[in-house]
Design a protein around this ligand. Structure first.
Ligand code: HEM
Length: 178
């Protein structure tokens, strides 16, 4: 959190203490945090179902035409053959990497891919980035008194769009130093 706050506050200091969309291009670490969160906790854990049109063999499995296929992006994001220490939250794995958020890198599909991939991808991503950047810019954040990081439940409830099982409760303090 400290590194992300330093990044956003350094950008804000140079740009008039306000974070706008134009500044997002400088927030490399914040973008990596969001990607890492989406890798471990994709909003849509099973993508929109597909139906095969022809005979295919994938990984030795014969797929006949008109088979309903579910793409488990939750499992793909945690696959040890694609990711080192897959269960570790490590935003640095996205720093200086060209792992794409959409279509091109099938290890990571938080917005799906192909013809039915998310059409709101750039808008959705920018919205998350600007919200997180502003929250980190304006406030310092702490867990409530007596709660430790190990107590925080990070599991989700799986639905078409999953959500946190337990709400995250944090205590904000206005950053007076701005
Ligand atoms: C962070 C925000 C968002 C995430 C994580 C997200 C994720 C996804 C995912 C995973 C899919 C399924 C793609 C697939 O099966 O290949 C999808 C589909 C879709 N999304 Fe998003 N989305 C987001 C924001 C938005 C926004 C802002 C809009 C509209 C303004 C939008 C509109 C749609 C539509 C219409 C589809 C269905 C596309 C189709 O079936 O052809 N999404 N989204």
């Amino acid at each position: 959190m400290k590194q992300a706050q330093e990044e956003v506050r350094a950008v804000a200091r140079r740009t008039g203490k306000v974070i706008h969309e134009i500044h997002l291009q400088h927030l490399h670490f914040i973008k990596s945090i969001i990607k890492e969160a989406m890798r471990l906790h994709p909003t849509v854990p099973l993508l929109v179902p597909r139906e095969s049109m022809d005979d295919w063999i994938i990984d030795g499995y014969k797929i006949p035409p008109k088979t309903r296929l579910l793409i488990n992006t939750y499992a793909i994001g945690r696959d040890p053959s694609s990711w080192d220490n897959p269960l570790q939250f490590n935003p640095n794995r996205f720093q200086d990497s060209n792992i794409d958020l959409k279509d091109k890198d099938f290890r990571f599909l938080p917005f799906g891919g192909g013809r039915r991939g998310c059409p709101g991808y750039t808008f959705g991503l920018a919205t998350v980035e600007i919200a997180l950047a502003r929250l980190l810019f304006h406030f310092d954040w702490e867990l409530p008194y007596g709660i430790h990081t190990d107590d925080v439940d990070i599991d989700e409830i799986f639905r078409l769009a999953s959500r946190k099982r337990t709400p995250l409760i944090l205590v904000p303090t206005v950053n007076e130093g701005l």
